[in-house]
Design a protein around this ligand. Sequence first.
Ligand code: AMP
Length: 176
Amino acid sequence: MTDRSFDLAGLVRDVPDFPRPGILFRDITPLLANPAGLSAAIDGLTDLCRPLAPDLILGIESRGFIFGMPVADRLGVGFVPARKPGKLPAATYAAEYDLEYGTDRLELHQDAIVPGQRVAILDDLIATGGTAAAAVELVERAGGTLAGFGFAIELTGLGGRAKLPDVPIVSLLSYD
Ligand code: AMP
């Protein structure tokens, strides 16, 4: 089991007013750079995601790749990337989501999921939930069964959970 007494939160750097005034950016790069922190974060997220019993981890570009791939490896399952527009070479499904100004899009290879596979969606952080909700649309279009969500960080005050289906949502760290 993971040593939960490790001070992971102490390795997340708060950067005010990035990328825009009023946003408090939770910067995980000090955590990733710290060997014990990195290991504790991946171990912790793996322990939290194991009960979701996924057949596949879907990671959201790009920080969802950082956490999703090692968790998939430790759980002994595969990893598929949901990418920004125009990056995936074969036929894709696309899902749009709202940003503060305008929209963005995530894409997934049409054959990334074997219909019926249980898919857990991983990202570094959930804020409003819009990005994760777009990933849900991709899993559904590809015929996957949603197993749950794993996040390194949850910003609870933004109510992102309310945008997501009623499946388990696990996070290592949460902030109001
Ligand atoms: P949302 O779609 O609002 O849930 O935003 C989630 C995505 O935006 C994640 O991929 C995060 O990497 C990024 N993000 C949103 N807010 C923050 C924040 N305060 N600090 C760091 N990353 C953030």
